[in-house]
Design a protein around this ligand. Structure first.
Ligand SMILES: [Zn+2]
Length: 325
């Protein structure tokens, strides 16, 4: 056991910047060059800092857990810090670190694809190093979770791409519209870590679309993106019950991926009916039990369904896990 005091002392001795550089040099040797290559949208004659300085400063801010940009400018503009950053980037002449206004200005006009290229470079390096091999499913497939997240919600229209959702205020009875921005993320699962490998915004093309964009439509686009970047990577898509549907099965088949999705009763009725019928024949009385049925016919394919029943501390809980190949 490490006491808190020992931990504090140990942390005092740790040089996190040095540790970070060690990791960066080992896994991402070419990171700084990649930052330098980011396409710069600014007028070239007004530039003091190249993209690598701006992006690296931002990375330091996020890694050190600084909450605000203002905070960052205050904490980083110290002689030693400037010197260290200059050294890392091979810029001996670096005298100041960029002001947060300069960074904001750069980031607000930056093409998202430019950052995606850096992420792709990093993920591919990690895979190449083969240090995550033990996390492959059945020693072969990389688990990739598909996960939709809300980014922003507004009470007034924010832009023409906003997703809209009408809701009724229970107290006033008034109907209002929420304006939202969501993103669909593909995340590589390696033990208790997840790494984002591709993102797709869920947004409407224009205000007058007859049907709004949704997670499944965005998944179609995201899947194409993943396939383009990681052409031959053996992938197993991991999704919640929304993904247990034919659209996703077909997409996975087209891209030669496996999939494991949560299955909620009612998502595909014929499958749960058949599963239940077979399960009743072989029902186990165990409270912690695992029941599965292979090769349940569904359209022109077969799927496997597994049900795990586990006792939880607050009583009993039942879960369907759906797996299809
Ligand atoms: Zn918007």
């Amino acid at each position: 056991m490490v006491t808190r005091k020992e931990k504090r002392n140990r942390e005092k001795e740790a040089n996190y910047f040095f540790e970070f550089l060690k990791i960066q040099k080992h896994f991402f040797k070419d990171l700084m060059n990649n930052l330098k290559k980011v396409a710069d949208h600014r007028h070239q004659s007004y530039i003091t800092y190249g993209p690598e300085v701006l992006l690296f400063t931002m990375m330091l801010k996020n890694m050190t857990g600084l909450k605000s940009m203002r905070n960052m400018s205050e904490s980083f503009n110290k002689e030693e810090c400037i010197k260290n950053v200059g050294k890392v980037l091979g810029l001996d002449s670096l005298e100041e670190l960029p002001h947060y206004d300069t960074i904001n200005d750069f980031l607000s006009g930056l093409d998202v694809n430019e950052l995606e290229k850096i992420r792709t470079y990093m993920i591919k390096e990690l895979l190449k190093k083969r240090s995550l091999e033990s996390y492959r499913i059945e020693g072969k497939y990389w688990g990739v979770i598909i996960d939709g997240t809300g980014l922003h919600t507004f009470h007034e229209k924010h832009c023409k791409h906003c997703l809209r959702r009408a809701y009724t205020n229970k107290e006033t009875g008034e109907t209002n519209v929420l304006y939202m921005h969501h993103v669909l993320e593909a995340k590589l699962v390696v033990g208790d870590m997840v790494f984002s490998i591709a993102s797709e915004f869920i947004e409407n093309e224009s205000e007058n679309v007859s049907k709004q964009d949704c997670e499944l439509k965005a998944f179609d686009r995201l899947a194409k993106k993943i396939k383009k970047i990681f052409k031959r990577l053996p992938i197993c898509i991991l999704g919640d019950s929304l993904y247990a549907c034919e659209t996703v099965f077909n997409l996975c088949r087209a891209h030669k991926w496996k999939y494991i999705c949560r299955f909620k009763e009612g998502r595909i009725k014929s499958i749960s009916t058949e599963f239940k019928a077979i399960k009743e024949l072989e029902q186990s009385k165990d409270q912690n039990s695992l029941v599965w049925v292979n090769d349940i016919a569904y359209k022109d394919r077969t799927v496997n369904l597994m049900e795990a029943t586990m006792k939880t501390e607050d009583g009993k809980s039942k879960e369907y896990v759906f797996r299809a190949c």
